[in-house]
Design a protein around this ligand. Sequence first.
Ligand code: CTP
Ligand code: MG
Length: 379
Amino acid sequence: MTTAALILAAGRGFRAGGGLPKQWRLLAGRRVADWTLERFMQAPGIDLVALVLSPGDRAPWEEYASRPGLILAKGGADRAASVRSGLAALAGHGVDKVLIHDAARPCVRAETIAAVIAALDDHPGAAPGLAVTDALWTGEGGIVTGTRDRSRLFAAQTPQGFRYADIIAAHAAHPGGAADDVEVARAAGLDVAIVPGDPDNIKITRPEDFARAERLLGGAPMVRLGNGFDVHRFGPGDHVTLCGVKIPHERGLQGHSDADAGMHAVTDAIYGALAEGDIGRHFPPSDPQWKGAASEVFLRHAADLARDAGWRIANVDCTLICERPKIGPHSDRMRAEMARIMGIGLDAVSVKATTSERLGFAGREEGIAAMATATLVRG
Ligand code: CTP
Ligand code: MG
């Protein structure tokens, strides 16, 4: 008994937009098609995997050509043509059962694959279907015109499994225009069993589907945590600037910029979460243009870097360590200032303070220390 998987990756993904066909775009750091392939390569009960590619997708074609155990086939003008090409490429490998699957469904689970294979022992065809649970309406011009009975309706998914010889014959006999391989099989008189579908087995179709699939696949990489720590020494002056707020004081803080230890710690926490080094790397102290610079420039740069990489700053928390000046009366203004610079909500920014019980350099009022944590989320 040889069971093959046929993965279709020859479409252009017009509805998904984004330039590159959807199967070659990254999801949590890997291409959509690679997630899908891995699911089948590792599934118990799958002996052979064939991948249907567009000959125009040269780079993936060359890469997959050298992957052991993978059969490649050229895609056709529509999905059915791609299926026929993939089925032909499996000829001569002694295939008994074949599971036909969209590369655009990278979240498919081993249980679904196993259920389809098992059902093929008793039926010539088997495919996952998700019972429709929402009420169904008809509508016209934005107005509901009727309701439909949903009790016997299913949303069709893949993999759709068939006995190999049956589905070859069914495709050869079909005039074209079928929605999927189940329709082709049924037109040839084959019974197709419904196995339980999986709500997570989504087909990436529109741009917003990428974020959902990434959430389903991503797990840990979707949250990043960074920390930051900074110290500035007291010197002559009549104010300190902390977390963007100027506070009158009998001494000032020394540093090559405005010596805002609080904002520097928050900035470094964001760089840290991005694994992007620290302020010194992006704004070298040796560069005279940053002398006396407002730290707002640094924090905005870190926040923009996070956003450009697809991350949202979920929260930051900053602790200032000093005996004086008193921070409490200024902390809400500090929160508001940093929230404004980062472009996030006030409730996502915390500023608090502690003394160090007169111990150490902060306790002796030689300088002020600050530590911060930042959480970034994606998806
Ligand atoms: N497919 C294929 N060959 C085609 C058309 C589609 O192999 N000529 C594959 C797609 O790569 C996808 C699956 O069939 O994995 C399901 O099709 P669909 O979601 O419609 O993908 P696309 O055709 O790529 O997208 P669109 O219709 O938005 O252009
Ligand atoms: Mg299509």
